[in-house]
Design a protein around this ligand. Sequence first.
Ligand SMILES: *Cc1c(COP(=O)(O)O)cnc(C)c1O
Length: 377
Amino acid sequence: MDRVIKPTQPVMPQYDRYIREIKDIWDTKVLTNNGNKVCKLQHDICNYMNCKNSDLFVNGHSALIIAIRALNLKGEVLTSPFTFVSTTNAIVQNGLTPVFCDIDDSYNIDVSKLEGKITDNTCAIITPHIFGIPCKVKEIERLALKYNLKVIYDGAQAFGTKIDGKHIGAYGDITMFSLHAIKVYNSIEGGLLVYSNDKLHESFELYRNFGISYDEDKNDVIVCGINAKMNEFQAAMGILGLEIVEDEIGVRKKLASIYIDRLSKIDGIDTYPYEDGIDYNYAYFPIRIKQEKVGFDRDTLFLRLKERGIITRKLYDTLSCDYSYYKEGRYKMDVEYARKISKEALDLPLYGGLQISDIEHVCDTIMAICKEESNVK
Ligand SMILES: *Cc1c(COP(=O)(O)O)cnc(C)c1O
């Protein structure tokens, strides 16, 4: 078999640059607790995104937990079940009740179904920009204003995405980004909150560091916080990663255009209809397999590709609400279309470490599988 094409691969700065970047940590002996590098990265990110406030955390999930906690929410939260389970866990870990709303062909929450689910108990919409594809943010904003709801976006996958030239973190009350190794931009592990209300900074700082409020005379604990601080080695990786993230997105965009061009010739293998006015980050390359047209299903394509050394991902084969912990019928859900999409969607390999020839190879292989499977019938 030819070499294996992995589903994803972390973006890494040059080794020598990283070694140089971390050298002064041995001089300062500051490893964590808001060191220089964390402060610099916070600043660099605000410049990059043109945002007012950003705070860094040890990972995206803790950042999301803290974002929700800081808004003091109570009651029901409208959310999408087509996500990494982190979104759902963070809602429930804050004592809130998820109300699972269906998705549409954007893989994101179906805004036309949101209004009907708002009750007196609804306090927020907490939903992902899945695959880095933005939600319909303007409609969500309209509903939030009308019903006085908070909006937190799980932008874990959406670093670098822009709408009308504006970074995606400009929408909603708070946007969380994950800087985990396999995201478009990483700090090994890491989390980021971007928000416009300056007052939130103090809460984030408290919750991130055990709830301790420092005072010259006497420290006090004023909220029940956790430990979610980013360390200096993570920040060093983040600082260098930020210099190469736009190149990474650029390469992905070029590779994606080859996929789009080649796969558009197959009726029943649908690529995402990318819209004008949105700068996508190409975090993932989701396709949908329409069995009624190609004559085989998503799982068959997944297996045939795997046999030929091309590893793809079935994101999200199981909806959050269908995992054992969530499925006991405790929560309201309307997820029929999401269930259908979860059985049609497949994520093809897409990252800057791939060559044009790799993408051609994946497309050729999909073509060959389509031919074989139609002969089998
Ligand atoms: C990666 C991811 C998270 C969690 O981020 P971590 O940094 O791994 O904790 C949350 N939500 C979504 C949608 C993700 O893809």
